[in-house]
Ligand binder design. Structure first.
Ligand SMILES: CC(=O)SCCNC(=O)CCNC(=O)[C@H](O)C(C)(C)COP(=O)(O)OP(=O)(O)OC[C@H]1O[C@@H](n2cnc3c(N)ncnc32)[C@H](O)[C@@H]1OP(=O)(O)O
Ligand SMILES: O=C([O-])CC(=O)C(=O)O
Length: 375
C-alpha cells in the first residue's frame, strides 16, 4: 500500500456517487444530470429535493404528493418546543438546530430503523421540521413566541412565515428559493462526507445529519456565509474595499467567501446567486453591499487570482432579505438536509465502513515506567 499522505484528502476519490457532478474545469454543477442554473430558473426547491432523493424530477402528481407530505410534517412536538425555549439565549442558532435535530432523533418513531424506506420517511420529517425548529429557537432567543407553520405555504414561503410572521414579495421568495436550490447539494464536501462517514458505521439518519450540521458550522465551510456579512459590515464602503483587502493581505488573513477546494477558476453557483442578490439589492433599494462585494471580487481576482464561492453572494442576499446574520448558516442547513439525506441513502445502499489510515509520527514504542520511576 502506498505511503503517500493526502492531507485534507485533497484530490482523493473516496467513492462513487450518482447524486451530483462538479466539474471544476468548466465550472459546471449538475444534480442528477441537470445543470443547477437551469434548475434554479425552472424549478421550485421542493422539485429539486424530490430530484435529489429520487433521481428524476417529479410529475405534477408526484410534486403535489411531496408538497402535501412535507407540509403535513412541519409541526414540532411540545417537548421540543420546551427544550428550545430553555436553550441559552446567546446560543448560536447552529448549535440550536444541531441540538434540535439530535432531539428529533430521540422522538422519531423510526430512529433505529436504517432501512431505505424508513430513512426516506425520516428525511422528509427532518426536512419539514428543521425550519420550524430554526425559527422557534431564533424567536425564543429574542423572547418571542414560536409561530405555527402554515401548510398552505411553499417551503420557502413558510420559512419566512415561521421566522417573521409574514411572507415577503414574490421576488424575495424567489431569490430565497434559488439560494435553497444552490445550497442543496455539492458532492463530497466536508459536511456530506461527515454524514456519509457516520452512515458507514450503520448509524441512523438523525445522527448523520446532526454530525453534518456540526461540520457545516465551521467558517471554512457553511459558516462562511455569516463571516462574509460580518466582513462586509466592517468595510466602510466600496471606495474603502481595496485598501481594506490590502490590509488583510498584509496580515496573510483569509478573506471569507473566497476560494474553494474543488473550483479553482470560479464556483458554478456564484453567477446565479449574484444575480438574485442584485435583485434583492434592487427590491430593498440598498446597493452598498453588492457594490462593496463587486470591488472585493475584482481586487481578489487581480491580486490573488482567487474567485468567490457561493457564500459570498449568499451572505448579502440573506441580509437584504432581513435575516439576522446568525441565521444564515441554519438556512444552509434547511437546504442541505436534502443533499445529506440523498448521500446517506446512497451510502447505506452500497456501504463500506469509512476508515482511512494515518502515518504514525509519535514516540517510538517504549515500556511503561513504574509509579516510582515517574516521580
Ligand atoms: C459552501 C462552502 O463551504 S464554500 C467554502 C467557504 N469557505 C470560505 O469562504 C472560507 C475562506 N476560504 C478558505 O479558507 C479556503 O479557500 C477553503 C477552505 C475554502 C479551501 O481551502 P483549500 O482547498 O485548502 O485551499 P488552499 O489552502 O489550497 O488555497 C490555495 C492558496 O490560496 C490561498 N487562499 C485560499 N482561500 C483564500 C481566502 N479565502 N483568502 C485568502 N487566501 C486564500 C491559501 O492561503 C493558499 O495560499 P498559499 O498557496 O500561499 O498557501
Ligand atoms: O464543496 C465544498 O467543499 C463546499 C461547498 O461548496 C458546499 O458544500 O456547497
Amino acid at each position: 500500500m502506498s505511503e503517500e499522505i493526502r492531507r485534507g484528502l485533497v484530490g482523493v476519490i473516496a467513492d462513487e456517487s450518482a447524486v451530483s457532478k462538479v466539474v471544476p474545469e468548466t465550472n459546471s454543477l449538475t444534480y442528477r444530470g441537470y445543470p443547477v442554473q437551469e434548475l434554479c430558473e425552472a424549478c421550485a426547491f421542493e422539485e429539486v429535493a424530490f430530484l435529489l432523493w429520487n433521481g428524476e424530477l417529479p410529475t405534477k402528481a408526484e410534486l403535489a404528493a411531496f408538497r402535501a407530505e412535507e407540509a403535513s410534517q412541519r409541526a414540532i412536538s411540545p417537548a421540543l418546543h420546551r427544550v428550545i425555549a430553555d436553550f441559552p439565549k446567546d446560543a448560536h442558532p447552529m448549535d440550536a438546530i444541531r441540538t434540535a435535530v439530535s432531539f428529533l432523533g430521540m422522538e422519531d418513531p423510526e430512529t433505529a430503523d436504517v432501512s431505505e424506506p424508513a430513512t426516506r420517511r425520516k428525511a422528509m420529517r427532518i426536512l419539514a421540521k428543521v425550519p420550524t425548529a430554526i425559527a422557534a429557537a431564533a424567536r425564543a432567543a429574542k423572547g418571542l413566541p414560536p409561530i405555527d407553520p402554515d401548510p398552505s405555504l411553499t417551503f420557502a414561503e413558510n420559512f419566512f412565515h415561521v421566522v417573521f410572521g409574514k411572507v415577503p414579495a414574490k421576488e424575495v421568495v424567489k431569490s430565497f428559493d434559488v439560494s435553497l436550490i444552490l445550497y442543496a447539494e455539492h458532492g463530497f464536501n466536508a459536511s456530506t462526507f461527515t454524514a456519509r462517514t457516520v452512515t458507514s458505521t450503520g448509524a441512523d439518519l438523525h445522527g448523520a445529519i446532526t454530525a453534518g450540521i456540526a461540520a457545516l458550522k465551521g467558517p471554512l465551510h457553511g459558516g462562511a456565509n455569516e463571516a462574509v456579512m460580518h466582513m462586509l459590515k466592517e468595510i466602510p464602503g466600496p471606495e474603502a474595499a481595496a485598501a481594506w483587502l490590502e490590509s488583510r493581505f498584509d496580515h496573510k488573513a483569509l478573506v471569507m467567501g473566497f476560494g474553494h477546494r474543488v473550483y479553482k477558476s470560479g464556483d458554478s453557483r456564484v453567477p446565479t446567486m449574484t444575480k438574485y442578490a442584485n435583485i434583492m439589492a434592487e427590491v430593498v433599494g440598498d446597493r452598498r453591499w453588492m457594490e462593496t462585494s463587486r470591488v472585493l471580487a475584482e481586487v481578489m481576482l487581480e491580486r490573488k487570482n482567487i474567485h468567490p464561492n457561493l457564500d459570498f453572494p449568499a451572505g448579502p442576499a440573506y441580509f437584504l432579505m432581513g435575516f439576522d446574520i446568525p441565521l444564515f448558516t441554519p438556512i444552509f442547513v434547511a437546504s442541505r438536509v436534502t443533499g445529506w439525506s440523498a448521500h446517506v441513502i446512497e451510502q447505506a445502499a452500497n456501504n463500506r465502513l469509512i476508515r482511512p489510515l494515518s502515518h504514525y509520527i509519535g514516540k517510538a514504542q517504549r515500556s511503561v515506567p513504574s509509579a516510582a520511576e515517574r516521580g
